[in-house]
Design a protein around this ligand. Structure first.
Ligand code: COA
Length: 300
């Protein structure tokens, strides 16, 4: 059952948010909570059917919402979607980069192109969206009132690169780059354009593709017990952190990546025998391949 929000329902009133990967998983929960707290929502995603269904759900909740098909790996898509969002809603206040790619593979079986693909989505895609959104987010940009501050950027990251993770070398490298983008833009665009740039690093969050891949049900009773709070998080937990950071509550927060993981990363990664990792990843990837497109991750 979803918890109610501890925030006032108007903390994002009048704001326009664009979310990549905003049609499913954690991205969709952030879209929904931003909308419930007063924001107008634009969703960008690779799959039109997922984007359209997310937009319909938001609209049925009375949230002004629009969707655009697009791939963050294509600069022309990023530019078109940012411009279309501003055309539709008149301005842009919040950019959330939640689009990500993930699959389990050992470094020896990962081709350089597979490594590059995830960096292209997570790291280059995040930078590309920021780059295209800059002119609208900066203080005094088109659609912004002269008295209002610059906009904000929120990059969804991870914790797996703080230590090391089996079969995740490409994702760890990609998220390390995302964190660097967050810090460097916070410094440079905070100074020059009054734009705040932050991140959130979710830990194990229930009912997500990430959890079904990184902490599959086959691991129940073993790795899940290693979360200091003894439970996985909810997408709601990430959305509440996103609300805090992206609203005026977080107006002095710039350049941080907030870890929302119940303290998991503080525990040493459990050593798994490589044969066990291989076996698990085969099961997980097969399940993900066999699932029809658009199936909720809870069903994987
Ligand atoms: N194992 C190993 N390599 C893989 C792979 C897997 N499961 N999936 C993709 N790759 C490699 C491909 O082999 C290819 O490299 P190659 O040309 O050297 O063979 C490269 O990655 C590109 O693959 P392709 O299928 O053409 O890319 P794509 O653009 O269609 O999709 C992803 C790539 C990452 C987006 C796709 O695998 C995906 O949708 N993953 C799930 C998204 C996800 O989990 N999101 C939630 C994140 S927590």
């Amino acid at each position: 059952m979803e918890s109610s929000s501890p925030f006032r329902s108007d903390i994002l009133r009048g704001k326009v948010a664009l979310l990549t990967g905003g049609g499913s998983g954690i991205g969709f929960e952030i879209s929904t909570q931003f909308g419930k707290h007063g924001a107008s929502i634009a969703i960008m995603g690779r799959r039109s059917s997922v984007v359209q269904s997310a937009v319909s759900t938001l609209q049925s909740l009375g949230i002004p919402a629009v969707g655009f098909q697009g791939d963050v790996r294509k600069q022309e898509d990023a530019k078109r979607v940012v411009e279309s969002t501003v055309k539709h809603f008149g301005k842009l206040d919040i950019l959330v980069n939640a689009a990500a790619g993930n699959f389990l593979v050992s470094p020896e079986d990962l081709s350089p192109n597979g490594f590059r693909t995830v960096l292209d989505i997570d790291s280059v895609g995040t930078f590309t969206m920021c780059h295209e959104a800059l002119k609208y987010l900066k203080k005094g940009g088109p659609g912004r009132s002269p008295s209002s501050s610059g906009g904000t950027i929120l990059n969804i990251s991870a914790t797996l690169h703080y230590t090391a993770s089996w079969y995740q070398i490409h994702v760890a490298a990609a998220k390390a780059a995302v964190d660097a983008v967050t810090r460097n833009l916070a410094l440079e665009w905070g100074t020059d354009y009054d734009i705040r740039v932050n991140g959130i690093a979710p830990g194990p969050i229930g009912d997500t593709t990430g959890l079904s891949k990184l902490l599959p049900q086959e691991m129940d009773g073993s790795n899940r017990d290693h979360v200091p709070l003894y439970k996985v998080g909810e997408k709601w937990d990430i959305a509440m952190a996103a609300l805090y950071i992206s609203s005026d509550a977080g107006k002095y927060v710039n350049g941080t990546t907030m870890i929302v993981d119940g303290g998991l990363w503080l525990s040493h990664p459990r050593y798994l025998h490589k044969d066990a990792v291989k076996e698990l990843s085969r099961t997980v990837e097969k399940r993900s391949r066999d699932a029809p497109v658009g199936v909720p991750s809870s069903k994987l």
